[in-house]
Design a protein around this ligand. Sequence first.
Ligand SMILES: Nc1ncnc2c1ncn2[C@@H]1O[C@H](COP(=O)(O)OP(=O)(O)OP(=O)(O)O)[C@@H](O)[C@H]1O
Ligand SMILES: [Mg+2]
Length: 261
Amino acid sequence: MEDNRPFGRPPPPLRYPMDQHDTPNDPAAATVTPVAARGLTKHYPAGKTFKTVLDGVDLTIAAEESVALLGRSGSGKSTLLNLLAGIDRPDDGELILLGRPLHRLAEGDRTLMRRRHLGFIYQAFNLIPTLTAAENVGLPLELNGWSRDATTRRVESLLAELDLHQAGDAFPDRLSGGEQQRVAIARALAHDPALVLADEPTGNLDSVTGGHVLELLLARARRGGQALLVVTHSLAVARQADRMVVLEDGRLTAGGAELAW
Ligand SMILES: Nc1ncnc2c1ncn2[C@@H]1O[C@H](COP(=O)(O)OP(=O)(O)OP(=O)(O)O)[C@@H](O)[C@H]1O
Ligand SMILES: [Mg+2]
């Protein structure tokens, strides 16, 4: 008989509502495949018709795996990340995130999922300008209900790890681009997410600073056992990940060394 299960094995039992059963550092979450996406499709309206940006994207990211996502501008990389983050919904396809069918979760559960298990890093840092670096890093912990003491300890250790000892009390506009992006990385990793999504995290940095920041991100994600999907236009950056994939004509394919964006 044909095996119709989308990923060969059934997902682990679902535990709803997430609010009651999901703790911020749920050990079960760490052992589940972070991303199992099959046939993801996304259309956007274009005049009287629509444009298909993602046309059946399949992607699996294993626990602790780092994957670089390459593709020309407009190929749909940010669209894909937004689907994986639950910020946007696919028009078709299956998206099992840490064992849970994200495409079928209610808005509230998707928000909780994002808050507890995902870290997101943007090209433009997106730090909150009215909070200090340390407060920015501590924000996800506060939202997840950490105590003040535990938050302070965690923030201090992350800032030290990312070579930001002096930066904790500074507001973002007093930090260099590389420093701001390291604060953004610390913020994305603070709550020990199982999956980190980074959308061109080095796009606003010079190549030397960008390379350094990406090394830190990869090293820190590896040490923390986090899976990482990082969008980049740099082949040098992409080569540092465990694996490369390329988005082209709405489909995802395995990347090779001949690619350059
Ligand atoms: N909200 C939207 N409404 C309509 N079209 C959209 C929307 N968001 C994205 N698009 C279109 O979808 C396509 C893919 O956009 P996306 O931002 O995902 O590309 P990208 O690969 O991230 O590009 P870049 O490398 O420039 O960041 C583009 O043609 C874009 O114009
Ligand atoms: Mg983009």
